[in-house]
Design a protein around this ligand. Structure first.
Ligand SMILES: Cc1ncc(COP(=O)(O)O)c(C=O)c1O
Length: 374
């Protein structure tokens, strides 16, 4: 299988990295940082972008600035990468895990309502694999109950809900530029927001409590250094130039693959709501339904054929050893999350950058894996 490598770089990254190397500023005060913050935030329909060293500290920053503290509860989906929940725990608050919808893999707004208590302060919506969670419903719940809505948009660079981009719905969005992401600098992150005051506080928090226009050695708030380096920004500027074309290519290939397999009822692809006007495919998740083969055998067959597949997370977030201690979290009933860890898988966005012949070959292998192992 002719699968492209990831991450990808060419002379453009080399040229921008060279410019940083030749400059006297390799750290977080190089002009590339502000340049990338502005252009990426605008792309996500936000007035402000605050870059950081990864997409974990951006979540932690968001919770700190919203004054989430011990005694508070924050609602998170049972299916996500662990950082969505640990950011809550590290703030001293209680993560409350709620179920996902069975086929979109995103947080179910009805389950969110059931989990709200007088201690609830915030909801973190994760846009799993690319498509946005149901933002209309989540925004309505948050505003009716006076809760903060944070978007963990680590998977959703360029994704839209009714023409509005990820990271522009909640008080803030949190992006990751970690190695495998569709916009990558190996490590990296950004907070996006349309709230001017939140942006100012976030800039300050990421910069040792400094305040713009004040002395470099005058620190106004207890905070930290979350800055990304100029090398990360250089790589991101180059990567970002390719993102729109890559989104188009991934979308066309995902649609082609799904079309080629539409007569295979055992594979139920991620359900993408009609409101998702652009899906920036980070993952192509699916569930195996009524198949006689196990999901793990199916995954093995794909892997042997050279298709980049992952057998989902091993357990819902609350199943991690970290959350076995009593009092470390509250888990609502999550039958959909429990089912998905047994029968779902995802294909990497890298497959979707391949040429059409490779997509056709992948479809043949997937069809064969379903058939052969039956
Ligand atoms: C949903 C989600 N949130 C947060 C993160 C954390 O991002 P980072 O690895 O940049 O710290 C990730 C990273 O994979 C993620 O997938």
């Amino acid at each position: 299988m002719d699968i492209p490598s990831w991450p990808q770089a060419d002379e453009r990254e080399a040229e921008l990295l060279r410019a940083v190397l030749d400059s006297p500023q390799w750290g977080g005060f190089h002009p590339f940082i502000g340049e990338f913050e502005q252009s990426f935030a605008a792309y996500q329909h936000c007035r402000h972008g605050i870059s950081a060293c990864n997409g974990t500290v951006t979540l932690e920053l968001a919770l700190t600035l919203l004054d989430i503290k011990p005694g508070d509860e924050v609602i998170v989906p049972a299916i996500s990468f662990v950082a969505t929940a640990t950011a809550v725990s590290r703030a001293g608050a209680l993560p409350v895990f709620v179920d996902i919808e069975p086929y979109s893999f995103n947080i179910d707004p009805e389950r969110v309502v059931e989990a709200i208590t007088p201690r609830t302060r915030a909801i973190i919506a994760v846009h799993f694999g690319g498509p946005l969670a149901r933002m209309d419903a989540l925004q309505a719940i948050a505003s009716e109950r006076n809760l903060q809505l944070i978007e963990d948009a680590a998977h959703a660079h360029g994704s839209e809900w009714n023409g509005k981009r990820a990271g522009s719905f909640g008080v803030c969005g949190s992006f990751s530029f970690q190695n495998g992401k569709v916009l990558s600098s190996g490590e990296g992150g950004m907070v996006t927001t349309n709230d001017d005051e939140f942006a100012e506080r976030a800039h300050s928090f990421a910069n040792q409590g400094r305040v713009k226009g004040e002395s470099f050695f005058k620190h106004f708030h207890l905070s930290s250094n979350l800055r990304m380096t100029a090398f990360q920004a250089a790589v991101l500027i180059a990567q970002f130039e390719r993102l729109p074309d890559q989104i188009q290519r991934r979308t066309a290939n995902a649609e082609r693959l799904k079309r080629l397999l539409e007569d295979v009822p055992e594979i139920v692809w991620q359900q993408v709501p009609a409101e998702v006007t652009q899906n920036s495919y980070y993952l192509l998740p699916a569930r195996l339904r009524n198949a006689r083969l196990s999901r793990d055998d199916f995954h093995q067959a794909l892997t042997s054929a050279g298709i980049p597949s992952t057998p989902f997370y091993p357990f819902p977030l609350y199943g991690n050893p970290l959350y076995q201690e009593p009092g470390t979290c509250r888990a609502m009933p999550c039958p959909n999350a429990e089912a998905c860890v047994g029968d779902a898988f995802w294909l990497s966005h890298v497959l979707l950058l391949a040429d059409e012949q490779t997509i056709d070959e992948a479809a043949r292998h997937i069809r064969q894996a379903v058939g052969v192992l039956k």
